[in-house]
Design a binder for this molecule. Sequence first.
Ligand code: PRT
Length: 105
Amino acid sequence: MDNILNTLEKILEERKSSSEDKSYVSSLYSKGVNSILEKVSEESEEVIQAVKEEGRDEVIHEVADLWFHIMVLLRHEDISIEEIELELARRFGVSGHEEKASRKK
Ligand SMILES: N=c1c2ncn([C@@H]3O[C@H](COP(=O)(O)OP(=O)(O)OP(=O)(O)O)[C@@H](O)[C@H]3O)c2ncn1[C@@H]1O[C@H](COP(=O)(O)O)[C@@H](O)[C@H]1O
């Protein structure tokens, strides 16, 4: 079964070709990459503020907003979640035991 991020990724891809007037994602795509980047920046600020001044629930809420807008940005740029996962996996490989083992050689 797909996880929630993969399901959301599919919906975000579908929104590229949908003409749903009420779709927030479609309207964001049509405004262009600068508007998406503005939302990412805004949501990042809200995460920082939530950690510094608000409670745990608010942090969860704001991080969900940030992840969502990052997902919209990735779809806009035709970058898949899988590509990010592969990059993280690659780092996990080099920064974990393998790196320590290679240093010993
Ligand atoms: N996960 C989300 C999601 N998270 C946040 N948002 C929207 O992101 C917008 C901006 O969030 P803000 O924190 O700025 O909140 P705000 O102050 O109320 O909004 P603004 O006045 O700043 O626009 C809000 O309108 C939220 O509704 C989302 N909109 C959609 N989704 C998912 O995307 C799918 C497609 O959405 P539509 O394209 O709208 O059908 C949906 O099925 C959902 O699963």
